[in-house]
Design a protein around this ligand. Structure first.
Ligand code: SF4
Length: 382
């Protein structure tokens, strides 16, 4: 199917291609790049590959060929998000806190809530999104392990999402003393950059993302699909609370494309009631139920785009609707297949996550985490 290759479409007409090109040529800058989970199952479509083809290795090779200094991965930060968000949920449920807790990794959802239901913002998780966590970690722990000065780091993210450009500019996102993320490119803008540099994407030899901030589990990669954050959080919350292995690592009840789906998960003595929402039109009745005291859930994932980030506004665009739906379905299937084939599938089993806590963060929800990885969303009615 035809693909519209339009790189310059972005929220607020912001296009960071020129800024990124300048940073790549600037010898005083160390470029650290991260790629969101959904990008790897869509980028290949701009190079004529089958819809939903997994291109993690080629994408990493393309970034190397473009001369990025450190090829890291948002999936690592997705694992980190689960550690923080999972512990935040456990704390709110067991010690008392505002419930239900809403996920906060979709900036369009966060902004929608702030603008239309400001009285409910305490329900948001205080976690920054994986994009912002990765950026904050690049300029602190990343600077430390690479023995470089944080001021020299230029932090770039490749996202399926035009709204991530807005998120990186939010005033709260500089708790390390530097902006977490300096520039955001969408999937389409990355494809443009690769073509512009004359790189033959299809013939690139696959390479892995770099350690330590590019190592990830299956739980990190399913962040790219609706229900994925919930499933990843449940995998970790179950094992942290019970100290036992989760009986089934796949949680089909939170998968699918329905606008609102709920399930109950038995975790030891606790019956955790969870919901997954995709598409903002589906969240309004839920928020009204919450306000009128009719909602009985502990944790709700909300994503703005119809199939989650795999269908984000920065992904390759398909001209015909029939292909669009197939693309979404294939990207979802490809994401779950990638998860199933990875050697580690739970965020708390990621060895580099263990290491960052032992060497730097110390503990989930600890002092360092709170200052770097959490925030208070503060934009009101703009
Ligand atoms: Fe962006 Fe859509 Fe993903 Fe939300 S669901 S983070 S708007 S791509």
């Amino acid at each position: 199917p035809d693909v519209i290759n339009e790189p310059l479409f972005a929220a607020n007409n912001v296009c960071d291609i020129d800024k990124v090109k300048a940073a790549l040529k600037d010898p005083s800058k160390i470029t650290m790049v991260q790629c969101a989970p959904a990008v790897r199952v869509a980028l290949g479509e701009d190079f004529g590959m089958e819809l939903g083809s997994l291109t993690s290795g080629k994408m990493a090779a393309a970034l190397k060929a473009l001369n990025f200094d450190k090829i890291y991965d948002t999936n690592f930060a997705a694992d980190l998000t689960i550690m923080e968000e999972g512990h935040e949920l456990i704390k709110r449920v067991t010690e008392g806190g505002t419930l239900p807790m809403f996920t906060s990794c979709c900036p369009a959802w966060v902004k929608f809530l702030e603008t239309n239901f400001p009285e409910l913002t305490d329900h948001l998780s205080s976690c920054k999104s994986p994009q912002q966590m990765a950026g904050a970690v690049f300029k602190t722990y990343g600077a430390k392990v690479n023995k470089i000065d944080a001021k020299d780091i230029y932090s770039i993210s490749i996202m399926p999402c035009t709204c991530k450009k807005f998120e990186c500019d939010r005033p709260e996102m500089d708790s390390s003393g530097y902006r977490d993320v300096d520039a955001v490119l969408t999937t389409r803008e990355l494809a443009y950059l690769i073509k512009d540099a004359g790189i033959d994407f299809n013939s690139l030899e696959e390479i892995p993302f770099e350690s330590p901030l590019g190592v990830y589990t299956g739980a990190g990669t399913i962040f790219g699909v609706t229900g994925g954050v919930m499933e990843a959080a449940l995998r970790t919350a179950y094992e942290v609370i019970t100290g036992e292995e989760i009986p089934s690592i796949d949680i089909p009840a939170v998968r699918g494309r329905d606008g609102f789906r709920t399930t109950e998960v038995q975790i030891g003595e606790l019956t955790l009631k969870v919901g997954v929402v995709t598409g903002l039109k589906n969240v309004v009745p839920i928020l009204e139920d919450l306000k009128s005291g009719k909602l009985d859930l502990h944790f709700i994932e909300v994503m703005t785009c119809p199939a989650g980030c795999v269908s984000g506004g920065g992904q390759p665009k398909l001209l015909l609707e029939e292909y669009r739906e197939t693309a979404y379905d294939n990207r979802i299937k490809s994401t779950y297949k990638h998860d199933a084939n990875l050697p580690l599938r739970k965020s708390h089993n990621n060895p580099e996550i263990t290491k960052i806590y032992s060497k730097f963060l110390k503990e989930p929800l600890g002092k360092v985490s709170h200052s770097l990885l959490h925030t208070k969303y503060c934009i009101k009615n703009k």
